[in-house]
Ligand binder design. Structure first.
Ligand code: IMP
Length: 441
């Protein structure tokens, strides 16, 4: 089996972009299956770096095809901007970037509503990226959304009337301006249809054909499992299925076509936006992690909330995703600590919880039960061989491996593509096959 899902095991920003980029040489197609331009990843190699929001980092590999799947919500203006930015940097997307004709379109009215809701929610706000993601998924499920294939359709104006009325009624109730006029927005839709035409495709069929032809597909999750609309810290979640199960729905590949799951886990925890974060450290340690780990949002620039590794959440995530192997990222950020607490349970109303609770209140009140592991206080930045790591760092990795009962196949020791330890062996080979990616050194 050759196709895999790469999924974030925490609250997003685990470093998936770097891992996907690193593994690209072992794959023919990289596809996203949910989310939109709320995602963001920075890929660094050599002296260059690239920030991508909608398009998978596979686009930086000329031999790789990239797909934006039907499960995504696409802002045509953001898409055009990203393609133009890539072209400016000499990266051509022509003939190898495909947008699902079934993907939903994000309208400016969706984004305006997102912002209005957040402003109205005061301290109870979700802390969304303000890109219209939630409203766009709502109109999708409410059956009034428009898909990429609807933009140039003859009934676009009529469809827009229904959509805009729905968005406008809530928007005006929240004190916003009215939505766009259907005639004007219909013109915009036709322009978008034209602009998207070179990329538009039946991407489900494209992926199914690729799988049948023996090509290797990597399905790239955006956000993280704890932000999944079903399994995450609801309602402080994104509005899509970020877990590995969402990969089939959002790409059109059947479950039988997926052969493995690589979980991406940061060596500590971060979250951006509101909602419970049991291991958050609002003191010096959290501040250190933020600075050293450069924990500021790629999309919004917001400082991320930081804390220690939460193994209760990670175990929950590992079970949900059926993770076969883990890429442990940003291990080097922990270099300076004499001692590293790791959360192994939650204390809630006198009880020790080892499972991840569904109730927001329990998560908000839960006190983490920490086990302190010795730090290594030596630089691991850029290390490439596992045996080169200080003993305490290897013990840290082994501890996580043991608690999650999954091998750590990759360990990342810096932001650059080449700063990664690849632990060659059956778990890694099972996921990447025999086209083992050898990072340029
Ligand atoms: P939305 O996806 O913009 O609706 O935001 C919902 C929640 O998901 C907020 O807490 C966001 O901060 C969070 N979120 C959305 N995208 C990302 C991401 O790519 N990384 C981390 N958090 C994200």
């Amino acid at each position: 089996m050759t196709n895999i899902v790469v999924v974030g095991m925490q609250w997003g920003d685990e470093g998936k972009g770097k891992i996907v980029d690193l593994l690209c040489p072992a794959f023919d197609v990289v596809a996203r299956y949910q989310g939109g331009h709320n995602a963001g990843h920075t890929v660094r190699f050599g002296d260059s770096h690239f920030s991508l929001r909608l398009i998978p980092s596979g686009i930086l590999h000329p031999e790789v095809q990239c797909v934006l799947g039907n499960g995504m919500v696409i802002d045509p203006a953001a898409f055009a901007e990203e393609v133009a930015k890539l072209a400016e940097a000499g990266v051509s997307a022509d003939g190898r970037l495909f947008v699902s004709e079934r993907a939903q379109v994000i309208f400016p009215e969706h984004a305006a509503l997102d912002l209005l809701r957040e402003a109205a929610a005061g301290s109870g706000k979700i802390g969304t990226t303000g890109r219209g993601i939630g409203p766009a998924y709502e109109t999708k499920v409410g059956r009034s959304g428009l898909r990429v294939c609807d933009l140039g359709a003859s009934d676009v104006e009529e469809r827009l009337r229904t959509l805009l009325v729905r968005l406008e009624s809530e928007s005006t109730a929240l004190g916003g301006a009215g939505g766009g006029h259907p005639v004007r927005v219909a013109d915009q839709c036709r322009a978008w249809a034209e602009q998207l035409a070179p990329y538009r495709a039946d991407t489900a069929e494209l992926l199914q054909d690729a799988a049948r032809a023996g090509k290797r597909i990597m399905l790239e999750g955006a956000q993280g499992s704890m932000l999944d609309v079903d399994h995450g810290t609801y309602p402080f979640v994104t509005s899509s299925s970020a877990t590995a199960g969402g990969a089939c729905i959002g790409s059109g590949l059947p479950p039988s076509a997926i052969g493995g799951v690589l979980g991406v886990l940061k060596a500590y925890t971060t979250r951006v936006g509101g909602g419970p974060l049991p291991t958050e450290d609002t003191g010096e340690a959290g501040e250190y992690l933020r600075k050293r780990g450069n924990e500021f949002g790629t999309v919004t620039g917001r400082p991320r909330r930081c804390g220690w590794l939460d193994l209760v959440a990670a175990r929950y995530s590992q079970a949900l995703n059926g993770v076969d192997a883990v890429a442990l990222t940003k291990l080097d950020v922990l270099d300076g600590f004499a001692e590293i607490p790791v959360c192994v349970g939650y204390r809630y109303r006198g009880e020790l919880l080892r499972r991840f609770p569904a109730e927001g209140r329990a998560l908000a009140e839960a006190k983490p039960e920490y086990q302190a592991l010795p730090g290594w206080r030596k630089s691991t930045v850029g290390m490439l061989d596992y045996d080169e790591l200080p003993q305490a760092a290897r013990d840290y990795v082994a501890f996580v491996e043991d608690r999650l009962e999954v091998p750590m196949a990759l360990v990342s020791t810096g932001p650059r593509r080449e700063e990664t330890i690849l632990r060659d062996g059956p778990p890694l080979r099972r996921l990447v096959g025999d086209r083992l990616p050898v990072p340029p050194r």
